[in-house]
Design a protein around this ligand. Structure first.
Ligand SMILES: [Cu+2]
Length: 150
């Protein structure tokens, strides 16, 4: 049991380090996720933009994020065109903290017009990290990471 706990903690640390690194790289390239958040960030509206290979990935919510259920939308663009036939999934997770186990919520997104939609349940306030994976017709799985605060 203790061994399991240590493993989970190690994974949590690894995940945080990986996302920190990704964040740093984005910022270094002058495409800092934070700077792209508009002045609405106070109201906790999600609006994150990522770039990966030829893809531009936009995550957004139409309502402020809350503890509980949230609808989020993902739009994939490739060379300025919307990609509407990809497989997209997302995982929100919070590392283990004192008195609180590791938590995660996973969901496959469904098509919603030219975008994709997911219903995400965030069970507590704080910082949630996310990992979005998508697979286009070239079958390659691409991953982007970020975080939200609620
Ligand atoms: Cu927590």
């Amino acid at each position: 049991m203790i061994k399991n706990k240590i493993l989970v903690t190690l994974f949590a640390i690894l995940f945080s380090l990986t996302s920190l690194q990704a964040e740093g790289m984005k910022c270094a390239a002058g495409k800092c996720g934070a700077s792209m958040k508009s002045s609405t960030s106070d109201s906790k509206l999600l609006k994150d933009m990522h770039k990966k290979d030829d893809f531009k990935i936009i995550l957004e919510s139409k309502k402020p994020l809350v503890v509980g259920n949230n609808e989020i939308f993902v739009t994939l663009m490739k060379n300025g065109k919307k990609v509407t036939d990809a497989k997209v999934k997302i995982k929100f997770f919070m590392p283990e903290m004192p008195g609180m186990p590791y938590m995660e919520f996973k969901e496959k997104l469904k098509k919603a017009g030219d975008s994709y939609k997911a219903n995400i349940n965030l069970s507590m306030g704080g910082t949630w990290q996310y990992q979005l994976k998508f697979k286009d017709s070239d079958k390659k799985v691409r991953t982007v990471r970020g975080s939200v605060n609620i």
